[in-house]
Design a protein around this ligand. Structure first.
Ligand SMILES: [Zn+2]
Length: 305
């Protein structure tokens, strides 16, 4: 059985990425798992603190265990842990990796707390993702009004002093469905500087859904009102994976959009429908198809097991 650490090292060398897909209920998870199975792809299944609170610890663990039984190359990850306590809780629950997000704290405090999490996690063979810089947008308990791009020099100090296994960088991606109002770019110049100083450090992109037009159109066609939603263009994500050390790409918004767009479609086309399996099942199929596409076209992690 290949470990998460091995997959991440392979991903740096072979230039592919692991999708880190957030789930909030059984159907969204099933869609993700089936896609990974279809594509023979390893992947990370993520829960935020909010998702953990929503599903509850027991259901979260049981769902993740079922997912791993169906497809063993899945790894359970805590997304945006805000404290040592929540990270320790996830470590003790048997998560494969945790993210400690102290990016809003002053640099020295971020280093200190991240290093503490690393110590606790590494003792139990759990990997840690830290974050430096701030990603614009809103996601559960994470909110930032502006981009604060990662400072490459600080990134080097941060990685060396904390011992993190993965580093989330801010280069212009955003949380949520409104990622751009102007020109759609990412700061590849910053990424290059980080990689020059940290050539083997696995990097992570948050807020990297591509919010494709087709999903938004379907969402709106059946009564939604997501006006001017926009995501990260596929070509920019492909470049980040193929030419850089981005090995974990977080995807939450697209999964939410797929579930909701299909639910809206089924319910508005069938006004008398109240069988949950009909609309949640349709959502699950849409999640499966968008994740399959991402695996093949953005993560390039198909046939990696
Ligand atoms: Zn995030």
């Amino acid at each position: 059985m290949v470990s998460l650490k091995e997959y991440i090292e392979r991903a740096v060398n072979e230039k592919f990425a692991l999708g880190a897909m957030n789930f909030n209920n059984m159907e969204s998870l099933q869609g993700i798992v089936e896609a990974c199975k279809d594509e023979r792809s390893p992947a990370i299944i993520s829960v935020s603190e909010g998702a953990l609170a929503y599903m509850g610890d027991e259901y979260t663990l049981a769902l993740a265990a079922a997912a791993k039984k169906v497809h063993p190359q899945l790894f359970l990850h805590l997304d945006h842990g805000k404290s040592l306590e929540i990270c320790k809780k996830a470590i003790n629950m048997g998560f494969d990796s945790v993210m400690i997000d102290n990016s809003a704290l002053p640099f020295e405090e971020n280093i200190k707390l991240t290093a503490e999490v690393c110590k606790a996690a590494h003792n139990k063979g759990v990997l840690v993702e830290g974050e430096l810089g701030q990603i614009k947008g809103i996601e559960d308990n994470v909110e930032a009004a502006e981009h604060h791009y990662t400072d490459p020099e600080k990134a080097k100090i941060f990685v060396e002093r904390t011992n993190v296994d993965m580093l989330a960088v801010a280069i212009g991606t955003s949380h949520g469905a409104y990622k751009y109002s102007g020109e759609k770019t990412l700061r590849f110049d910053i990424l290059e500087k980080i990689e020059a100083l940290l050539p083997k450090t696995p990097l992570v992109l948050h807020g990297a859904s591509n919010v494709c037009d087709e999903l938004v159109a379907d969402f709106n066609r059946y009564g939604g009102e997501l006006i001017e939603a926009s995501g990260i263009p596929e070509e920019l994500l492909q470049k980040a994976v193929r030419e850089h050390n981005v090995v974990k790409i977080n995807t939450d918004t697209d999964i939410r959009l797929a579930m909701t767009a299909e639910t809206r479609r089924v319910l508005s086309e069938n006004k008398n429908e109240f069988d949950l399996r009909k609309f949640l099942g349709a959502g699950r199929e849409r999640v499966r198809s968008i994740i399959s596409e991402k695996i093949r076209n953005i993560f390039y992690s198909n046939n990696k097991i």
